[in-house]
Design a protein. Sequence first.
Length: 360
Amino acid sequence: MAYNQVQNATNRTFERTLSYDKYTDPKVLEKEMDLVFSKSWQLVGHVSQVEKPGDFFTVDVAGEPIIVNRGKDEVIRAFYNVCPHRATKLERTEAGNKKILQCGYHGWTFKLDGQLNKAPNFRGEDAACVKDACLRSVRIGIMESLIFVNLDDNAKPLSESYGDFFEKLSKFSFLSELKRTHQRTRVVKANWKAYIDNYLECDHCHVAHPGFVAALDMNDYQIITCDNYSIQGTVVKPDKKYGSVNLDEAEMQGGSFYWLWPNLMVTIYPGPGNMATIQMIPIDHETSLAVYTYYFRDENLTQDEKDLVAFAEQVRQEDIELVELEQIGFRSRAFKNGRYSSSEKAILQFHEMVLEALND
Ligand code: FES
Ligand SMILES: [Fe+2]
């Protein structure tokens, strides 16, 4: 399929993009926190982070403190990391192993399944009125070892939220052997949506990513919009390799770059079994935290794997510079919105979903 053909794209076409005030107005971000981030599945971790009963990690989702743990019964659960006694943030550390969770304020303790264990300041008759106090649970979904939570109690299950995405992902047979090996974060001076826009098209690849277009066959680059997600990808040029990755390896596959509504990107590069996730988490309306998480077979990366990370990070650095320049222009009075090319249907899908979520 030719580079600029798009399958399954929505029939509706917009000449103009989302208006730029959507990238610069703090009130828009407030709405997005309520209507987008608090109602969608958010990646929080990987099962390799909670291998044993008692293992836990803490995260923030849409400004809410969340704790994920593995119970004595081996079940992985998610709770608001908030004490039911007087709202104190319960677990302060990022990760660890605890048989019991204890609040540091008045010493209430909770079992790993969220049930109250002891409330030392409620004895005798008082004890009866807190016996049903337990941690408030959060919707959790685990697919392909990735742990997601959704703050919306009525959300569709994770397995039904992204069409056949997880089925596609499961075709990469090496995925089950991977663990979360490292994570990097980077503050980006741009609205979170600008980075997603950038990821969702490759018209800029020829201009901005010389290493990328040298390694991948851009004549066969495809962008396909699907149910709440999209895919882009191509194959490696037969005579090329990037870094020292040996492209004769049996497990070589084409580059596959997925986007999942609203702010998750999953990339699988050719070469040794690998996956990376990118999350764009708003810090404020014009600043975002990019969270890059890598998954390989082992923490001790081989030279090939190190080369792959260096290659991916070079491409990301090139993208970050572009979206930071774009944010400067979003603030300008020069234009109110942009235009889509015919190969930018995945951005159009994303923008339509944003407008629908915001009821605009
Ligand atoms: S606030 Fe947690 S025990 Fe009082
Ligand atoms: Fe890019």
